[in-house]
Design a protein around this ligand. Structure first.
Ligand SMILES: [Zn+2]
Length: 70
């Protein structure tokens, strides 16, 4: 509690880890790194969800149809 002025530590870009991050694009160093990081996690979240629903629907529908008719 005696230090009067603390210098902010210069941290590297969260994506490339090479260039120091820029306030405007924090925590990245450039719009390029910002964009790529966003795309990366968008893709990861894209693939999984849709399939589960389809499986449930087709499974119940086909079974119901077979049993009802008769
Ligand atoms: Zn970067």
């Amino acid at each position: 509690m005696s230090k009067s002025s603390e210098k902010p530590v210069e941290r590297p870009c969260a994506y490339c880890g090479k260039s120091p991050r820029v306030a405007a694009f924090a925590p990245f160093c450039s719009p390029g790194c910002q964009d790529r990081d966003l795309v990366q996690w968008l893709r990861e979240g894209y693939v999984v969800p849709a399939r589960d629903n389809e499986d449930e629907l087709s499974d119940g529908a086909s079974l119901d149809n077979l049993g009802s008719d008769g």
